[in-house]
Design a protein around this ligand. Sequence first.
Ligand code: GLV
Ligand code: MN
Ligand code: MN
Length: 426
Amino acid sequence: MTIPVDIAALGARAAAMIEQLGAISSAPDTLTRFFLTPEHRRAADLVTRWMGEAGFAVSEDALGTVRGAWHPAGPDAPRLLIGSHIDTVANAGKYDGALGVILGILAVEAVARSGLLPAYGIDVLAFGDEEGTRFPTTLSSSAACAGVFAPASLQARDGDGISLREALRAYGKNPDDIAASAYDPSRVLAYVEAHIEQGPVLEAEGVPLGVVTAIAGASRLSVTVTGEAGHAGTVPMRLRRDALSGAAEMALAVERIARAGTDGMVATVGRVHVEPGSVNVIPSRVVFTVDLRSASDASRRAALTRFEADAHRIAEQRGLGVVISAFHEVATVPCYRDIQRRLGEAVASLGQRAPLLPSGAGHDGQAMAKLCPVGMLFVRCAGGISHNPAEYASPEDMGMAAAALIRFIERFQQPPSDGGTSGAQT
Ligand code: GLV
Ligand code: MN
Ligand code: MN
């Protein structure tokens, strides 16, 4: 059966839903929606309403993941999972994460209304902790679904000192229920996510959609540099132990390492905290983050080793202390070759070419890969701009992506069979 698709109508609905979800923010004129905040609650309530209107049975798990279930073959039939996240970075774009949830709802609703009765069920998932912007936990909600949630992360604290355990309780959740949130791997067929590309490749290729080959691994470090506070007017330059100057040199060192790196390596120092933070006091303590990514785990690990050596050398030369701790480490995840092929065929059936490309950004699929085969569909991103309010995907491209998911679901009668991985980027 070929389900009739109205790409323009799907795109218009996606665009309207993006605006509705994008209006839910902690700030009036910008989009900021962190995990387990009142804004997260309001976004989860809106997604719950949409899923209910689409005819799904909606529930929420112990990490706040909203699950919309469409189980035409009964609750015991195997399931295809389709999802993305509804948390954002600070001052975010409206499409990162939200788009995948919305496209999942639209596609499954269209399939359900078509009368097609697949032998499997579908759960549409809206995760709450993909960005890792509130707690240093990143992917905790998808990890819970995948059965790999690390209980130690309940102790992680946000910038206000609130622990993840406390925040979950305040959100109405019981941390003791987390283990029960895990899917049974024997009942899950695959996890598929549509996401804005967040890069410029599809735009350069002149196509609306692409199929992801692998999700680059990432390491995140917290680096604490300690020196000595002193009077900005009296301590000669040669006698200073300035923690910020040392941290700056370390930031340049990691930039140099990534520039010389392979496999699309990138490094970012995105957060710097300086103490005491006064205009006339030499900085005594700096804590900064490093986010290092590469599509090869070996090259990423080698870069980390080099950075640690450089940071210790710089600290020694400047009479500073340095402590480096890793708070996020996720390996490169190849997308299942069989799912890549099926997504490619779904896009081709719409008369479009779907280039293969790796993802430099992190995604919930990295955690879900511990549970089942994963695959991703990318949607063209204007100017390649993301994590920025200017982020944009056109209604036409979003409609095409919803249609591709419908075609994928339609054809997804057999579970992924080859167990093959992309092998291309790792
Ligand atoms: C998530 O957006 C990440 O890749 O940092
Ligand atoms: Mn995302
Ligand atoms: Mn993001």
